[in-house]
Write a protein of this length. Structure first.
Length: 94
């Protein structure tokens, strides 16, 4: 199963999101986790063993570019949809 996490917050949000990443990998053993984040987040997540791939969208990327990157990633692979907001939402396959 492939999981995609979109992260658009600052570096502190990446740090606070690490428990969520660990929980996602624990909840989907054997799943492949890709995180779409900014440059600093990509550097930090390279040190996180639960993250299989981090994709950077660059600083100050407009929302339109983020949407295009997200759509490209979704078309390339079958991901499980998950909303990144510390509130729990049910996952729905795309």
């Amino acid at each position: 199963m492939r999981l995609l996490l979109l992260h658009k917050g600052g570096i502190g949000d990446v740090v606070f999101g690490l428990p969520l990443i660990r929980d996602l990998k624990a909840g989907y053993p054997g799943g492949h986790l890709t995180v779409l984040t900014h440059d600093q987040g990509k550097e930090l997540l390279a040190l996180c063993p639960e993250v299989d791939r981090a994709i950077s969208f660059g600083p100050g990327a407009p929302l339109r570019l983020l949407a295009r990157l997200l759509l490209r990633a979704l078309r390339a692979r079958a991901f499980l949809a998950r909303h990144h907001d510390l509130g729990a939402l049910p996952a729905e396959p795309l």
